[in-house]
Design a protein around this ligand. Structure first.
Ligand code: SF4
Ligand code: SF4
Length: 380
């Protein structure tokens, strides 16, 4: 019998793993959405999924609320791996969402709208596909060793990050071109269960990336990074090496190609690990190494950092599904920064930045939020 393709595998194939959830509830202690309801933390989600798989519970609208009330931040998974049953909870939750969408027709209406937007315009922000590079301030070469995978959030919402990244890399002598045929990486579809709609887009990106002739695709988005690096493995890889812009920035600083002329004397700053870079890809050091090279900046870690970092609330389709709660989570992260006396919260993901900035504005926080590349650019 032919082996099942990855997206044909079902949760029935993972029953043995689901049985390992012994309801120890360690995961509830770290879930940023744990509020006394077990279904809001991983323990309850795993129990619900197991019941559906065994046929003792019927998937219904209640299951939608349970499965989508989660940022897929992976903190429960890390706890479960180190202290309990070792369940890959993020994959299980996403697989349940996948099954809900295509097998039971269950999803959040907002996510269905986003899926339609991506299928029509190749971005989830109602932007026209032909405007994807409208932020460009100069014309980069048509071919290059590096190709910039901008990502929808930078291309349509956080254009300053896209401009800063492009200008900084070109000015530092990086042989950079744009990914002119770029389409949404499809992270938003994969995270919200619309997997089978994502696959043709992923395959086009892979083919077009290979055709650029570039050696490395560099992205300034944590979500794109995780998706291109990990999810594209399922379709045979992105066809090209994937780097996050902070890695390239670190190398350029170490090679003396970038030097901060101005410092930030007396400014205390901290760093927020985006879940998609940190826990999802074990990527912690490059941004900290860049921050370390900013003259005069006083860097202090928040109490929850690196693999214990707390989600800003934006990911996993949570911001689009539960916006107020998502912004509330971002505010909690700002309070953590405030608690250690930080005036500046640096991050490396436009989606985290968007949510943290909105929280800072709404709650009138004095903690300033800034993207790492924009920060470095402002000091040259
Ligand atoms: S930590 Fe793991 S085993 Fe324990 S309740 Fe949570 S998901 Fe289940
Ligand atoms: S992935 Fe994050 S938000 Fe979702 S259940 Fe686990 S800890 Fe909670």
């Amino acid at each position: 019998m032919e082996e099942k393709r990855w997206y044909e595998k079902t949760l029935e194939d993972r029953l043995e793993e689901l049985e390992r959830c012994n309801q120890c509830k360690f995961c509830t202690t770290v879930c940023p959405l744990w509020d006394g309801w077990f279904v809001h933390a991983s323990s309850g989600k795993m129990r619900s999924i197991r019941s559906v798989v065994k046929g003792t519970a019927k998937p219904d609208e209640k299951l939608v609320d349970v499965m989508y009330y989660c940022t897929v931040c992976g903190r429960c998974e890390q706890m479960c791996k180190s202290h309990s049953g070792g369940l890959i909870t993020t994959e299980i939750i996403e697989e349940m969402r996948h099954q809900m969408v295509y097998k039971y027709g269950l999803y959040l209406p907002r996510h269905k709208e986003i899926c339609s937007d991506v299928l029509r315009d190749y971005n989830p922000y109602h932007g026209k596909h032909e405007d994807r590079f409208s932020w460009l301030t100069r014309t980069p070469p048509n071919k290059g060793e590096y190709v910039y995978f901008v990502g929808c959030t930078d291309a349509y919402r956080m254009k300053d990050v896209a401009v800063a990244t492009t200008e900084l890399l070109l000015d530092s002598g990086v042989n950079l071109t744009m990914f002119w045929k770029e389409l949404c990486c499809s992270s938003v579809l994969l995270r919200t269960g619309f997997v089978e709609d994502a696959i043709p887009i992923m395959e086009k990106n892979r083919k077009n990336l290979m055709e650029t002739g570039a050696k490395v695709a560099v992205t300034s988005c944590a979500g794109c990074y995780r998706t291109l690096k990990k999810d594209y493995e399922r379709i045979g890889g992105a066809g090209i090496e994937i780097q996050h812009s902070s890695e390239l920035l670190r190398d350029l600083i170490n090679n003396g190609k970038i030097k901060c002329k101005r410092g930030m004397n007396g400014v205390r700053a901290t760093y927020h690990d985006p879940c998609h870079l940190g826990r999802h890809c074990d990527f912690y050091d490059a941004p900290r190494e860049v921050i370390d090279r900013i003259p005069g900046l006083e860097f202090v870690e928040m109490s929850n950092n690196r693999e214990n970092s707390v989600c800003c609330g934006a990911g996993g389709g949570f911001r689009s599904g539960f916006t107020d709660k998502s912004v509330e989570m971002a505010y909690k992260r700002l309070l953590e920064a405030k608690d250690i006396g930080a005036k500046l919260l640096i991050t490396c993901c436009p989606f985290c930045e968007l949510n943290l900035k909105q929280a800072s504005e709404v709650k009138k926080s004095r903690v300033k939020v800034m993207d790492l590349t924009e920060l470095v650019t402002s000091l040259l």
